[in-house]
Design a binder for this molecule. Structure first.
Ligand code: SF4
Length: 231
């Protein structure tokens, strides 16, 4: 089957372990205030079969080393779960490590089959309470928490990722809530705190869209380091 793909990044180093081939899938079901990929969500895309993408991935295999592999990101890959499952199945047959970068906001039979061919899930826990999820993300916090429970039940390794926005959630209290939400989950290998950045503003301007979090300041490294100590 064909997937709707916004773009590829051949040698990524921040979305999962090692050097990775990143596939950005088109489209998203959420509207996070800090989204730095409005072009991926709303812009143009091309269609590729899983086999065509797999052939591209294989060309970079020698760069992956023992830790690297493929990461499928977006947008929201869960919207094209069947396509991603097909692609990951091809990769796993060749021994290529598969990582899924997701908001965890959806769950259905296709997604269930997809997570079974994921070696790692990068799960964005975007906020730490229901009100903030509804206001700044566009779904209930119960959705990613349920997703995390499903990963735990299947023992699928998971990295939690949480964007820290100065003036919104850069407090010790917030990180304390994040700790509480993720405690007693053996599937979680690590938690990453990511600083809010505004490099995406030109993208919003070019697309004629307002950047919802324009009023917030970028988050400093000192703040991230301080909050890591709370974690
Ligand atoms: S889930 Fe990701 S791609 Fe979708 S709106 Fe949120 S930050 Fe953007």
């Amino acid at each position: 089957m064909k997937g709707k793909i916004h773009s590829f990044q051949s040698l990524g180093t921040v979305d999962g372990p090692g050097v990775r081939y990143i596939v950005f899938l088109h489209g998203c079901n959420l509207h996070c205030g800090y989204c730095h990929n409005p072009d991926v969500c709303h812009g143009e895309y091309k269609e590729y079969t899983a086999e065509e993408v797999f052939r591209q991935v294989k060309r970079y295999r020698t760069y992956f080393g023992k830790d690297g592999g493929i990461t499928v990101s977006g947008g929201e890959p869960l919207l094209q779960a069947e396509f991603v499952r097909e692609l990951f199945t091809l990769c796993k047959k060749e021994g290529i490590h598969t990582a899924l970068d997701t908001s965890g906001s959806l769950w259905n039979k296709d997604i269930e089959k997809l997570v079974d061919v994921c070696d790692l899930v990068l799960l964005d826990l975007k906020m730490t309470d229901e009100e903030s999820y509804q206001a700044h993300v566009g779904c209930s916090i119960q959705a990613p928490l349920r997703f995390l429970d499903e990963l735990e039940a299947r023992s699928i390794p998971c990295w939690i990722r949480h964007v820290v926005v100065a003036g919104l959630n850069d407090t010790e209290e917030n990180i304390g809530k994040l700790k509480t939400l993720t405690k007693n989950k053996a599937c979680i290998q690590k938690t990453e705190l990511l600083p809010f950045r505004k490099l995406c503003i030109p993208k919003y301007k070019n697309m004629g869209l307002p950047f919802p979090f324009e009023m917030y300041e970028e988050t400093s490294e000192e703040t991230i380091n301080r909050l890591y100590r709370v974690l």
